[in-house]
Design a protein around this ligand. Structure first.
Ligand code: 5GP
Ligand code: ZN
Length: 114
């Protein structure tokens, strides 16, 4: 838990979020500013500032987040496809410095992304 971290506060329950998914290691909840009909954030319970801060010891956790995202995509009926995004660092457009996956679906995605 990092004291000034928004996602740590959501995990602790001091800031509300609709947990559509939860397991021992992560939670999933809707993004407050959705960019697609389905836009969920998958967030590890452990505070890790970004993917760039992941050490080899975090490899199972990162894999778990991907597996959870896939499971959530199934439960959200995103059978036509979806996109998983991990904004990392300043050039990556990361604004909340607690690792998270964006799960976007319900419309065709564009490439290249902006
Ligand atoms: P990033 O830009 O770091 O990849 O993604 C952070 C995301 O967190 C943004 O898409 C933003 O809309 C979302 N967000 C920011 N504050 C809140 C909040 O208080 N609650 C929820 N559910 N999402 C938030
Ligand atoms: Zn945090």
């Amino acid at each position: 838990m990092a004291p000034d971290c928004l996602f740590c506060k959501i995990i602790a329950g001091t800031i509300p979020a609709n947990r559509v998914y939860e397991d021992e290691f992560c939670i999933g909840f809707p993004d407050i500013n959705p960019q697609a009909p389905t836009h969920l954030l998958i967030v590890p319970k452990e505070h890790l500032a970004s993917l760039a801060k992941a050490d080899p010891e975090h490899t199972p956790l990162v894999g778990h987040l991907m597996a959870a995202a896939t499971e959530i995509a199934r439960s959200q009926k995103l059978s036509n496809g979806y996109r998983i995004v991990v904004n990392t660092g300043e050039d990556g457009g990361q604004t909340v410095h607690h690792l998270h996956l964006h799960l976007l679906g319900g419309r065709p995605m564009l490439w290249p992304p902006g």
